[in-house]
Design a protein around this ligand. Structure first.
Ligand SMILES: Nc1nc2c(ncn2[C@@H]2O[C@H](COP(=O)(O)OP(=O)(O)OP(=O)(O)O)[C@@H](O)[C@H]2O)c(=O)[nH]1
Ligand SMILES: [Mg+2]
Length: 468
């Protein structure tokens, strides 16, 4: 009894805290002081490093010359605001790991967390300057495992459309070879028969093993549902007991009906709350794209990344929003596509990197353009881990990068090769031309210039106008 009361009181308290915080946010949004930034990107695209570096530099207040508020001397500082409820972004832990000697990259994110950063500045608004010259912007960011994002398109679809797409993908290279055990199992099932729990479990486990292999062996990005490979706290949850099935009539009480029921439960109990609670009310968006890994892994991976980004764009609301819309139906009114980890190549390659990014995300960019937004494109590095050295080879000057390799920590100078400014031709893929290497991080330190590439330009585009 006592336990029940404590739990009920606890949930009431957190509900009240949530309501109080929502009301506070409402007031801040009405005054245009609260901005929700969507840091979007497939797994390992650099979301956690971007968020950690962004907070580090805003707290430090230095090393952001391109942020107008900084170079105009109006930036006063920033501090993290405790959320009071929900899971907080473990900034201190990530920051400590990146500032340690030797520093280390964060591990893949396993659960969702949020942060709130208060940024203070002198306003340029003549009216406000007379009343309250010091203004504050609350910047809210959510961090989550990249895989979960791929589930958002499920919201708008049925089991049939989900299964149709999964079966079509599994029928083609490169997935076909890996799909056989799951497909054989699925084809051999009596879909009209009784909903035997053991058979459904075997089916879900075979599909999950197939998705894992797509991700781990082929390095593919489009792995749906994302929670199957990274269930987080949902490990063993009954809503994860489903898998695509070949088309068949659905009889009540059948195995197929039970699988569809689990899919619908997953869509309503897992994906919808994730979307409603964290993915609806964004004002601005950065889409991080790890183009270099996509190039390394070949044409199938490249096309897969393109598909995943295109599907994702459909899950966000774009468009200009006035005050009322900002309060009740927020829309993303600025979107930045950023090629992350630009420090893997020499600066002479950045223009081509940006151009290739524009081509890769063209279908995703169209969704924003259709709503009247002009997306911005940048090649960035949130934590620059290399520097550039010029070497001579056969009478030619080559721009090389120098850094510690991620795999063994060895300091190396290498010529990372050239980025094609157009979609690679078939012969480019076979020549082994793309072999971009991953680097170990350089220590993140306060007050040291040159620790990022264009992070400040990204920030100016994303929040600069709110710091005026
Ligand atoms: N050289 C370099 N590597 C980077 C940079 N940002 C990210 N990386 C590399 O990319 C990896 C993934 O970065 P994360 O920030 O953890 O990626 P994520 O998008 O949060 O990944 P998930 O949590 O799995 O969704 C890191 O471990 C680094 O190896 C960068 O600015 N420079
Ligand atoms: Mg992460």
């Amino acid at each position: 009894m006592a336990d029940t009361r404590t739990a009920a009181e606890g949930s009431q308290r957190s509900w009240l805290e949530g309501l109080w915080s929502d009301l506070g946010q409402f007031a801040d949004r009405a005054l245009d002081r609260h901005l929700r930034l969507a840091v979007t990107g497939l797994r390992r695209s650099g979301k956690t490093v971007f968020t950690t570096a962004l907070v580090h530099h805003l707290l430090d207040g230095r090393g952001l010359p391109f942020l107008a508020a900084v170079h105009e001397g109006r930036f006063l500082g920033a501090r993290l605001v405790p959320l009071g409820y929900g899971e907080e972004f473990p900034f201190a832990r990530y920051h400590a790991a990146l500032s340690a000697d030797p520093p280390s990259w964060p591990k893949p994110t396993e659960r969702l967390s949020r942060l709130l950063l208060a940024v203070r500045f002198y306003t340029t608004n003549p009216l406000l300057r007379a009343i309250q010259p010091i203004q504050e912007l609350l910047l809210e960011i959510v961090d989550y495992p990249g895989e979960w994002l791929l589930d958002l398109p499920i919201l708008g679809g049925s089991f049939e459309s989900f299964a149709e797409e999964a079966l079509a993908l599994a029928a083609r290279a490169p997935r076909a070879a890996l799909a056989r055990p799951w497909l054989e199992l699925a084809r051999g099932l009596d879909q009209a028969g009784p909903p035997e729990a053991a058979a459904i479990d075997r089916l879900a486990a075979a599909y999950c093993a197939y998705l894992r292999a797509c991700q781990e062996e082929l390095g593919l990005a489009y792995v749906v549902p994302g929670r199957f490979v990274h269930p987080g706290e949902l490990e063993g949850h009954p809503a994860l007991r489903f898998a695509p099935l070949p088309p068949a009539p659905t009889r009540p009480g059948s195995l197929r009906a039970a699988v569809i029921e689990a899919f619908e439960r997953y869509r309503e109990e897992v994906v919808r709350p994730f979307y409603e609670d964290h993915f609806r009310g964004f004002d601005r968006q950065i889409v991080l794209v790890d183009l270099l890994t996509a190039l390394n892994q070949g044409p199938a991976h490249f096309a897969d990344t393109q598909r995943a980004l295109e599907r994702l764009a459909a899950s966000f609301r774009y468009g200009r929003s006035g005050l009322l819309a900002r309060l009740f139906a927020p829309r993303i009114d600025r979107v930045l596509f950023a090629a992350s980890k630009a420090d893997h190549v020499a600066p002479s390659q950045h223009a081509a990197l940006k151009q290739l990014l524009e081509i890769l995300v063209a279908p995703a960019g169209r969704a924003a353009r259709f709503e009247g937004l002009v997306p911005e494109f940048l090649a960035i590095s949130a934590l620059r881990s290399t520097d550039v050295v010029r070497t001579e080879h056969d009478g030619q000057i080559l721009s090389c990068v120098r850094g510690r390799l991620a795999e063994d920590g060895r300091e190396t100078v290498l010529f990372p090769g050239e980025i094609p400014p157009e979609l690679p031709e078939p012969e480019d893929w076979t020549s082994g031309r793309f072999r971009f290497r991953a680097f170990a991080p350089r220590r993140l330190q306060p007050g040291v210039p040159g620790q990022h590439i264009r992070l400040d330009q990204a920030l100016e585009f994303l929040i600069g106008d709110k710091l005026r």
